[in-house]
Design a protein around this ligand. Structure first.
Ligand code: FAD
Length: 395
């Protein structure tokens, strides 16, 4: 595995960093306070081509490789976890359409998603159903004219309040199916949600669909592909973005802790001269590095199209979200009362990091998946060892 960035990737990383420093960091706290990402910032991120970063060049996107995209998510996550979630959910729609959409769907939507003329969101979670997503209660009923009558309530939808196009998972009979629901369709309404712990500027919304008529051409993939294909693709992408975003968030917490502990005097020395503070800093430094390495590994596998990518991405997301949470917690501790005030961004990191442990499959869900996969791998290794021992005896 090669950790060196290509010249192009290094150039892209500096570009992302510069943009985040100039346009995201200065407004992140204000947006968090007013609980909104304004349309101008969405327009700006779109103008840089970041909303279309993953769209193929033939559809007007930047066609970024997985590692470059990861670097973008890391930088944006460093500036604002809420803004990162725009890249995440918008990308979930793009990736689902790119992989499972018909030619007509790709030609209609990808160019608009690439420029940000259309903002995408992903609607899976419902009031009664979160982790146990296979038991969603939203329904779509096939009508005599070939359209579907959709009744759904989706909650906690990131950038749902800004979205023009929502990828909604609902059941046709007992078959989970993905539908493209367009803003303005009769019966589709959007209610912004305020007062969240974190991701406060993620324009979160409750989406209501009451007898919305959906044309059959708005199904992505086929009836029954909702989980097995579409949500699988979307959530894998989501976890990849969140894993990288957590590295950025953890790095922001670490940078803040290093800076503050080098300037603040207690007991006549700066905080960073106290060994208990050094312990916290050392933990943060090593953990951030380890989280970054796991995400590099996931990127390496993604760019190679390696099937083990899905499990590695789960591990990267799981570990990085824990690291982000621990790092933000330590950063607040190191800042003392200042860390609890709105004068410093570490309280935002702390609140946003908690969300990272819940979204795109909570950490408990990741633990279950990782433990199961670990056991399967153990059985594979045991079988391989037995086979090679038997071959050895036969020689
Ligand atoms: C800020 C924010 C943004 C979000 N954005 C979106 C979005 O854009 N689109 C979308 O569809 N959803 C979104 N969500 C919803 C998110 O995906 C869910 O919150 C998540 O899947 C967990 O579901 P839940 O909240 O219903 O918790 P539940 O599933 O009710 O779980 C509650 C707790 O129990 C644990 N738990 C559940 N089952 C088990 C088990 N078998 N074993 C052990 N522990 C278990 C969970 O880990 C969790 O800690 C968002 C949520 C937040 C907070």
């Amino acid at each position: 595995m090669d950790f060196d960035l290509t010249t192009e990737q290094s150039r892209a990383k500096s570009e992302f960093r510069q943009w985040v420093e100039q346009c995201v960091v200065p407004v992140a706290d204000a947006n968090d306070n007013r609980e909104q990402t304004p349309p101008e910032l969405i327009a700006e991120i779109a103008a840089n081509g970041y909303l279309g970063a993953l769209v193929a060049k033939e559809y007007g996107g930047r066609g970024m490789d997985a590692l470059t995209w990861g670097l973008l998510c890391e930088e944006v996550g460093r500036g604002s976890a809420s803004l990162l979630s725009l890249l995440t959910v918008h990308g979930m729609v793009i990736q689902s359409l790119a992989k499972w959409g018909t030619l007509a769907q790709r030609e209609r939507w990808l160019p608009k998603l690439a420029t940000g003329a259309t903002v995408g969101a992903f609607g899976l979670t419902e009031p009664n159903i979160g982790s146990d997503a296979k038991n969603i209660e939203s329904t779509a009923v096939l009508q005599a004219d070939g359209t579907y009558l959709l009744n759904a309530e989706k909650r906690w939808i990131s950038f749902g309040a800004s979205a023009d196009l929502v990828l909604v998972i609902a059941k046709v009979g007992d078959k989970a199916t993905a539908f493209l629901v367009e803003r303005g369709m009769p019966g589709f309404s959007i209610e912004p949600i305020r007062g969240m712990l974190g991701f406060r500027s993620a324009n979160i919304a409750r989406l209501l669909m009451r007898d919305v008529i959906i044309p059959a051409q708005n199904i992505v993939g086929k009836v029954g592909f909702g989980f097995s294909h579409i949500a699988g693709t979307a959530l894998d992408h989501g976890r990849y973005c969140v894993g990288w975003g957590c590295v950025g968030l953890a790095q922001a917490a670490l940078d803040a802790a290093l800076s503050y502990s080098g300037e603040r005097y207690q007991f006549e020395v700066t905080l960073n001269k106290h060994q208990l503070i050094q312990e916290m800093l050392a933990e943060m430094i090593v953990n951030v590095k380890a989280a970054r390495m796991l995400n590099y590994h996931a990127a390496f596998l993604k760019d190679r199209g390696d099937p083990s990518l899905i499990m590695e991405t789960s591990m990267a997301k799981y570990f990085a979200s824990r690291v982000a949470s621990q790092a933000a917690n330590a950063a607040v501790q190191i800042h003392g009362a200042n860390g609890c005030s709105s004068d410093y961004p570490v309280q935002r990191y702390f609140r946003d990091a908690k969300i990272m442990e819940i979204i795109e499959g909570s950490n408990q869900m990741q633990q279950i998946i990782i433990a199961k996969s670990g056991y399967q791998q153990h059985l594979v290794n045991k079988r391989a060892a037995r086979r090679s021992a038997a071959e050895g005896e036969g020689r």
